[in-house]
Design a protein around this ligand. Structure first.
Ligand SMILES: NC(=O)c1ccc[n+]([C@@H]2O[C@H](COP(=O)([O-])OP(=O)(O)OC[C@H]3O[C@@H](n4cnc5c(N)ncnc54)[C@H](O)[C@@H]3O)[C@@H](O)[C@H]2O)c1
Length: 276
């Protein structure tokens, strides 16, 4: 079933992990995909794999937190494909620390990428989502599937040790999601969040493996300390294992699908039951 035939999908941070899996899945279902990442190399690999499989994709690299980024990526999307159907605000990283050690820079960097950027992306998408849907409605045209998926986390829904900044942003995105659902619902534009638990990506590798992200000249260590991974009790996840990026991405496609045409303002938990 090509659920996204002829639809245009923008996914931020889709060079790796969940975003990359979502890009491939959307393309396999007929979508034209705009792949973004901070790093061009992994984004290029994703675009090439989509094309090799017979799909369509372009790459727009860049830091999503740059103030001119939303106009840049959406401008290139419209130049290439002429419209926008699905916006997935996925890019992000963690910069953990217990609250008494979190610096202002650390706090702000995480809010910028996980909360301020999705706000700016949605605002910049107004002409292509809200206004285009309104025009369809007024001219009596059958409305297209138009929606936004924001990525949240169990850390936002329930809080988490060492993640005050991330939890604050990932809960904030739920409020933003519900507000957009209310403001744009009358035009038929949906807005939902997908909250992940423990998905096996670079973000959840052992900190000791040395993964680093460089943002605005600052190197940030990614991952979870090995002793925290070792102490993890399988009973905290009823399905007793981490999710794969593909399983996580499937949650994004579910909420973006035309089959979810009457679902808006919802936060779907893709967590293997973690937090129930
Ligand atoms: N992995 C998990 O267990 C988990 C759990 C809950 C939520 N999430 C969320 O899912 C989303 C995807 O994370 P993931 O696990 O796939 O991580 P990942 O590190 O595998 O992929 C994230 C991608 O985003 C890119 N990125 C980061 N900051 C960027 C920026 N400023 N501009 C452009 N690109 C940027 C990275 O380069 C990377 O390729 C994030 O929002 C994350 O917070 C992940």
């Amino acid at each position: 079933m090509n659920q996204f035939e002829n639809q245009v999908v923008v996914i931020t941070g889709s060079g790796r992990g969940i975003g990359a899996a979502a890009a491939r899945q959307f393309a396999a279902q007929g979508a034209k995909v705009v792949v973004n990442d901070l790093n061009p190399e992994p984004a290029e690999v994703v675009v090439e794999s989509i094309k090799k499989a017979g799909g369509e994709a372009i790459m727009v690299t860049g830091d999503v937190t740059a103030s001119d980024f939303p106009e840049l990526i959406l401008g290139k999307t419209i130049d290439a494909y002429g419209k926008l159907n699905v916006l997935v605000n996925n890019a992000g990283f963690t910069w953990d620390g217990m609250i008494h050690k979190i610096t202002d820079e650390q706090w702000q960097a995480i809010l910028n990428v996980h909360a301020t950027t999705p706000f700016r992306m949605i605002r910049a998408a107004t002409p292509y989502l809200r206004d285009a849907a309104k025009a369809d409605l007024e001219s009596g045209k059958t409305p297209e599937n138009r929606c936004i998926i924001n990525i949240s986390s169990t850390s936002g829904l329930h809080g988490n040790f060492g993640q005050a900044n991330y939890a604050f942003a990932k809960m904030g995105i739920v409020g933003l999601t519900k507000t957009i659902a209310k403001e744009w619902g009358a035009f038929g534009v949906r807005c939902n969040a997908v909250a992940f638990g423990f998905i096996d990506t670079r973000l959840t590798q052992a900190k000791e493996s040395g993964e680093v992200i460089e943002v605005s000249g600052t190197k940030v260590e990614l991952g979870i300390p090995q002793k925290v991974i070792d102490a993890r009790n399988d009973r905290t996840i009823p399905l007793a294992r981490p999710g794969t990026p593909e399983e996580a991405a499937a949650g994004i496609l579910m909420m973006a699908s035309p089959l979810a045409s009457y679902i808006t303002g919802h936060t779907l938990e893709v967590t293997g039951g973690m937090g129930i």
